[in-house]
Write a protein that binds this ligand. Structure first.
Ligand SMILES: Nc1ncnc2c1ncn2[C@@H]1O[C@H](COP(=O)(O)OP(=O)(O)OP(=O)(O)O)[C@@H](O)[C@H]1O
Length: 296
């Protein structure tokens, strides 16, 4: 049984099909990035998983159950949703203690969770004065309270500075790889999660576009360099001698695998061939995501 399972999920809001037949699963011990442009349907999917939205059809299951059927939700799944609201007058510690009480957890979990997210020093401060990044950490602390093994995080990197994003990366990987948790993390910025995730699910306009492992996403080996030159044919022997696999796309246009643009440029210079174009072509999931998000 997968820790998180989405099966043929469909949800419309009036005429808008927010999620239209999406299926994927997340296993324990791995971080899955749920990626897509703004409005793709990511938040709706996650809200279905957390029982906040009722699907029109299909299923969104945590540990094989619908969220509403979980007997002790705080101990099974931790969530960070977009735009979590906090009472501004409450301290971080009190905010978490209230959640502990509601979930039947000891108060001591509040300080432990604050420590885990690096907010121990701010435990007694009012949340109203917190930066967006601190609020994100506090939201994450609330997800940790019941020590669940499944995490559903909607854009958790929002508002974090580069150091915060680096910290979050290490933290999510630790949860999954060292503690065996299943982590599903949404983002509309590929670069944010690229070094965090093991697997990737990409959606756009409510449809699943691609899913695969990170290895497939970043399969540099399959990336190619586009080379355009009037005398492109003169370059072929030298490119091949340097280890490139050359495809002749059309007269004056080559696609070279196994060499980077810099190496191609150096060879062209040595051969005195004037290039009119030299560009990295992305393949696989990387290209799919860029095609979906470019210009947005
Ligand atoms: N409660 C709602 N009422 C009406 N339309 C909604 C509602 N929630 C979502 N939508 C619409 O459903 C579509 C998918 O939205 P969703 O928030 O799931 O996308 P997303 O991928 O999370 O986007 P973002 O990255 O901007 O958060 C959008 O067109 C959105 O406007």
């Amino acid at each position: 049984m997968a820790a998180i399972e989405i099966r043929n999920l469909v949800k419309s809001f009036g005429p808008v099909k927010a999620v239209d037949g999406v299926s994927f699963s997340v296993e324990a011990g791995s971080v899955t990035g749920y990626l897509g442009p703004n409005g793709a349907g990511k938040t709706t999917t996650l809200r279905c998983l957390l029982g906040l939205v009722t699907p029109d059809s299909g299923e969104a299951l945590v540990n094989g159950e619908r969220y509403v059927a979980l007997s002790d939700p705080a101990a099974e799944v931790g969530a960070v949703l977009e735009a979590t609201s906090f009472h501004p007058g409450r301290t971080a510690r009190n905010h978490l203690r209230i959640l502990c009480t509601a979930a039947g957890l000891p108060d001591t979990r509040a300080d432990e969770a604050l420590e885990q997210v690096g907010l121990a020093d701010a435990a007694g401060k009012r949340v109203g004065g917190f930066s967006l990044g601190m609020r994100q950490r506090l939201a994450l602390a609330s997800a940790l309270l019941g020590r669940p093994r499944v995490y559903i995080l909607d854009e958790p990197a929002n508002g974090l500075d580069p150091a915060g994003i680096e910290w979050l990366r290490g933290f999510l990987r630790h949860l999954a790889h060292d503690q065996g948790a299943a982590v599903l993390v949404s983002s509309h910025v590929l670069a944010e999660v690229e070094r965090t995730v093991d697997d990737v699910v990409i959606i756009a306009k409510g449809h699943l576009v691609r899913q695969g492992s990170l290895a497939e996403l970043t399969s540099d080996g399959a990336d190619a360099v586009r080379v355009r030159a009037a005398q492109a044919a003169d370059l072929v022997p030298a490119l091949e001698a340097a280890g490139g696999a050359v495809e002749r796309v059309e007269d004056g246009l080559l696609r070279v695998r196994g060499l980077d643009p810099e190496a191609v440029g150096r060879i062209a210079l040595e051969r005195r061939v004037a290039l009119t174009e030299v560009a990295q072509e992305r393949s696989g999931l990387h290209k799919v995501f860029l095609d979906l998000t470019e210009g947005r």
